[in-house]
Design a protein around this ligand. Structure first.
Ligand SMILES: [Zn+2]
Length: 146
């Protein structure tokens, strides 16, 4: 039986897979963010149940696990020097003046920024929904005259 939580977890997996560059670290990090985002919209006991289910599923990581996963790689979960976004270890001295490399790097950064912007707008929309629901419930109970 597919529950509401299963649906949220599947949604989070789909979203996390988009643009993860086949990096498990990046996927797990994004999956965790998605689950947290869904959880933020739920009542606290439902949020706990959703997170418990996501933990059970295996890709939800706590901050400690995240730190361990990303050890030795950049924020995109790739080894230093191999990330198209140009994340290099501090003592890496690769030549990054190749125009093709720079172009690919810019395209990927633009894609990631667009995704972050979409996520940000979704969060704002979710917050606005919550505020409107609160206003509606205040109005319907007659405790506030607009
Ligand atoms: Zn990177």
């Amino acid at each position: 039986m597919t529950t509401f939580f299963d649906t949220l977890i599947e949604q989070a997996q789909r979203t996390a897979r988009q643009g993860d560059g086949n990096s498990y670290e990046f996927f797990a990090s994004r999956f965790t963010q998605e689950i947290d985002r869904h959880a933020a919209r739920l009542a606290s006991h439902d949020a706990s149940a959703l997170i418990a289910k996501a933990v059970e599923q295996g890709d939800y990581i706590d901050p400690e696990e995240e730190a361990a996963l990303f050890k030795g790689c950049c924020a995109h979960g790739l080894d230093y020097g191999y990330c198209p976004a140009g994340c290099d270890d501090v003592d890496d001295t690769d030549d990054e003046s190749d125009p093709e490399w720079l172009e690919a790097q810019d395209a990927l950064i633009a894609e990631w920024e667009a995704e972050e912007e979409r996520a940000r707008l979704e969060q704002i929309a979710a917050r606005d929904d919550r505020v409107l629901n609160i206003i509606d419930s205040i109005r319907s109970t007659g405790r506030l005259v607009a």
